[in-house]
Design a binder for this molecule. Sequence first.
Ligand code: HEM
Ligand SMILES: [Cu+2]
Length: 566
Amino acid sequence: MAHGSSTTPEDDFVITPTRPGEEKGSWSSVIQDLLFTVDHKKLGLMYIGSGLIFFVIAGLMAAAIRLQLAIPNAHFLEPDVFNRFFTMHGTAMVFLVGMPIIFGMANYLVPLMVGARDMAFPRLNAFGFWMFFFSAWFLYFSYFAGPGLYNAGSAPDVGWFAYSPLTSKAFSRGHSSDYWTLALLASGVGSIATAINIIVTTISLRCKGMTLGRMPLFVWTFLVVAFLVIIAIPPLSACQIMLLLDRYLGAKFFDTQAGGSAVLWQHFFWIFGHPEVYILILPGFAAMNEIVPVFSRKPIFGYPIMVGANVMIAFISLGVWAHHMFTVGMTSLGNSFFAISTMLVAVPTGIKIFNWIGTMYGGKIRFELPMLFCIAFLFQFLIAGLTGVMLSVAPFDWQLSDSYFVVAHFHYVLIGGLLFTIFATIYFWYPKCFGRMLSHKLGMWHFWLFTIGFHVTFFPQHISGFLGMPRRIYTYEAGRGWEIWNMMSSLGVILQAAGILIFVWNLIYSYRKGKIAGDDPWDAWTLEWATTSPPPDYNFEKTPEVRSRRPLWDLKHPDDPDWKYE
Ligand code: HEM
Ligand SMILES: [Cu+2]
């Protein structure tokens, strides 16, 4: 251990660190263990592992789409296959990659960080995971439905936001829309269960001494995320139930000819959909809050303000949904309200960026991989924010709505803000989960290939968008000035894919061959580093005393502990 604290197990009471699933050896016992476990650490890793598998599938679909769009008049994908691909890509990235990975992060880390032995409701926790897992495969099962596998089945093909009336019986005859609806309805139930679990765990299972004011910002942020989940998912479930009623019982919620409203779907969907973006982004902020201070060797700058900014972001995000609907034809008063509320989000987000930079300023920065991904995140999120403010200006949005500019913007948000911080998270906490470091050299290859590939792919899309290229078209004519930008976009994907390949290899390789990590390889400050790597079944032999926001700092520096100044 890096410090002589009392957390090392005494000799007569040794806990041998075991890897998840390795306890009993044989395959069947491993599988049994995964099926029946209610341990928050195993469930956390199962969430992240499945999320990564779906990430590879959704990524391959994206690569196929980009291959089709590399040159004008290409015939690599049939139009209907193309439609299924972009729909399944978008749906999967949001619901089967982003959501499970952030739930995995929360599951693994929140109990450890607050010094608890597990989540508040371990069985409910397992229920949440399996709801997600089965609904995910149910969604892919649509490929085997309807006309069957060789006609590529009847996977959803109406876009990840499934606008009416495209989803009505008249336009969506098979069962693709039902697969989409039922899968997301079921996984929504699991998400709400998990969110409630996170809230109860942080409120009631904090160890002695950990007041709300000393709770790691990571946990604070996830508390806010969990509240957003239970507020945002029900509107989605509601409109999905309305859709099922329309499709099967002849209700007319979204049927304009019978007095229903197609725009109603959009309101319900985006009342969910916009906060959803923050549900996906805030966990990235959570990771930043822990990683930046550790690698700058300074406590986070402005802790209370950071807590406030999280709450403010969550609050504002609930009131901006109609910025996705500027082109629907709202009143100018409506447009102005949503434009202004959207721009307002820039204030707390700006505060956070300012505070992270404030934390780095004057610090002794160590450019390890988690930190590199965080710095890349800052840069990309700045661009995402700028194009976001541009799009929040309604007349500007009228010009660029549904163009590639929007595709560029939201990938800067979601890849820049979600994927990069997921990478940072994995590089930072992998040693805790598996007791070994990820290879630095492979990590550097991953970092540079993926970062460069990402900008080469998505930056040109701002330009093709300006030049009028719409999104969701399966091919285009030559001679509109779009060729070069599309070609660049598609080439960038090769770099990204190479980066991901190396990353996946690193995860597998380091599991067996990585450098032994020790309990606290980064010399960090939060409670999870006080236990063994990987942590034993019930996390802590003895929870260290918490008297400040940096309990491990206090342990390591008894002469100059934080609590003296709080
Ligand atoms: C990793 C590299 C990625 C690549 C190369 C990629 C590429 C693409 C492409 C080519 C499209 C189709 C654009 C169109 O024609 O409209 C698309 C759409 C989309 N992507 Fe990605 N993407 C990536 C990652 C992500 C991530 C991480 C997310 C979210 C977490 C995401 C969410 C979406 C969504 C929501 C759509 C819209 C689908 C629709 O129009 O219904 N993508 N992406
Ligand atoms: Cu939005």
